[in-house]
Ligand binder design. Structure first.
Ligand code: NAD
Length: 302
C-alpha cells in the first residue's frame, strides 16, 4: 500500500521528518504575517511560531485602556516587549498601536505592511475581548463593545487586508474563534454569539477567495492561559464575591472540561496550530473549523 499515492507520500514524509524539522526555521522565510491583538497571549504566540519559521511580523494592538473595556488590555510596554520577543527569532517586526474598530487605521497599517514588506501572506484575525454575564442582564454598552470589537473588528480587519491578499493572489487567513462559537454558553452568551459569527465570516470568505488559492479557516480553542480569563473582572463575574483565583478556575477546567490532562493550556499550542494552517501541510484545508479541544468536544456529558 506504500508503493504509490498517499502511502508513498507518508513514507517519504516520515523518512525525511528529522530533516524537515531542522529546516523548519525557513518554512515561512520571506513571508509576512499581520496579527491583530498581537501584543500578548494567543496573538503573540502565533507571531512567535510564524517568526520561528522566518516570517516577518506586523503586530496590530490597541495597547491602551478604553473605559468601556472592563478588564486590562495590553499596554504600550507589552506591545514594545512583544516586538522585541518576535525580533529575538531573527525576523523583522513592525508594532502598530491601533484599534480594530478603526477601519482607517487598519487600512493605514496594511499600507504600511505593503511598503515595509511587500506582501501580506498570513492574516491572523485575533483581537478580541470577552464579556461574562447572563442574557437578560447586559447593558447596551456591554453589548455594543463586544460586538464592535469581536465581530465588526474582525470584519474591518478582513476588509482592510483582503484586497492586498487578493491582488497578490496567495495567502492564508485565520480567524480566532472559540469553542463558545460551537455550542451555547451560559456564562459567555455575547462572546459566544460573536464567535459563531466569526465562523460564518470565515466560511463565506473561504468561498470568496477560493479561486485565488487563498485559504480561510477558523480556529476554536477551549481554555487558554491568557489575560482574557486571568483577571479579576472575569473571575468575579463567574463566581461573584467568592474570591475564586485563576488557579482554582484552572483546576476546575482540568477536572471538568478537558478529558486530556491539560487544564488551561498554553498559547503556544494555538500558535502551533495556526502555523500548521499557514504551512504546506494545509494547502487544501479551507472553510474549516479547527477545534483545539483536548478531547473536550468528544464528550457526551455523562
Ligand atoms: P488577551 O486578552 O491576552 O489578548 C487579546 C489582545 O487583543 C490584547 O493584546 C488586547 O490588547 C488586544 N485587543 C483587544 N481589543 C482590541 C481592539 N479593539 N483592537 C486591537 N487590539 C485589541 O486574550 P487571548 O486569550 O490571547 O485572546 C486572543 C483571541 O483568542 C481572542 O479573540 C479570544 O476571544 C480568543 N480565544 C481565547 C481563548 C482563551 O481561553 N484565552 C479561548 C478561545 C478563543
Amino acid at each position: 500500500a506504500g508503493a504509490a499515492g498517499i502511502g508513498l507520500a507518508a513514507a517519504t514524509l516520515s523518512a525525511t521528518g528529522a530533516h524537515a524539522q531542522e529546516q523548519a526555521g525557513g518554512a515561512f522565510a520571506g513571508k509576512t504575517a499581520f496579527i491583530t491583538g498581537g501584543a500578548r497571549g494567543i496573538g503573540l504566540a502565533c507571531a512567535e511560531e510564524l517568526a520561528k519559521g522566518g516570517a516577518n511580523v506586523v503586530l496590530y494592538d490597541i495597547a491602551a485602556q478604553p473605559a468601556e473595556i472592563p478588564y486590562p488590555m495590553a499596554t504600550e510596554e507589552d506591545l514594545a516587549n512583544a516586538k522585541a520577543t518576535v525580533e529575538s527569532h531573527g525576523v523583522k517586526c513592525l508594532a502598530i498601536k491601533g484599534d480594530v474598530r478603526d477601519f482607517d487605521a487598519l487600512q493605514a497599517a496594511v499600507a504600511q505592511t505593503q511598503s515595509e514588506f511587500g506582501s501580506l501572506d498570513f492574516l491572523i484575525v485575533n483581537a478580541g475581548i470577552t464579556q461574562p454575564g447572563r442574557l437578560g442582564g447586559f447593558d447596551e454598552e456591554q453589548v455594543r463593545t463586544i460586538t464592535d470589537i469581536n465581530l465588526i473588528g474582525s470584519i474591518n480587519t478582513m476588509q482592510a487586508a483582503m484586497p492586498m491578499m487578493q491582488e497578490q493572489g496567495s495567502g492564508r487567513i485565520i480567524l480566532m474563534a472559540s469553542t463558545t462559537g460551537r455550542a451555547g454558553s451560559d456564562n459567555f452568551p455575547l462572546y459566544g454569539a460573536t464567535k459563531w459569527a466569526m465562523i460564518g465570516l470565515a466560511k463565506s470568505a473561504a468561498l470568496t477567495v477560493a479561486p485565488l488559492n487563498i485559504t480561510v479557516n477558523a480556529v476554536c480553542p477551549t481554555l487558554v492561559r491568557t489575560k482574557l480569563l486571568d483577571n479579576e473582572y472575569v473571575l468575579n463575574a463567574l463566581a461573584p464575591g467568592q474570591g475564586v483565583t485563576f488557579e482554582q478556575f484552572d483546576a476546575l477546567a482540568n477536572q471538568q472540561i478537558h478529558p486530556m490532562d491539560v487544564g488551561f493550556y498554553e498559547p503556544v499550542e494555538v500558535g502551533r496550530t495556526v502555523a500548521f494552517l499557514c504551512g504546506d501541510g494545509a494547502q487544501f484545508i479551507s472553510g474549516e473549523v479547527v477545534d483545539i479541544g483536548a478531547a473536550a468536544n468528544a464528550r457526551f456529558p455523562a
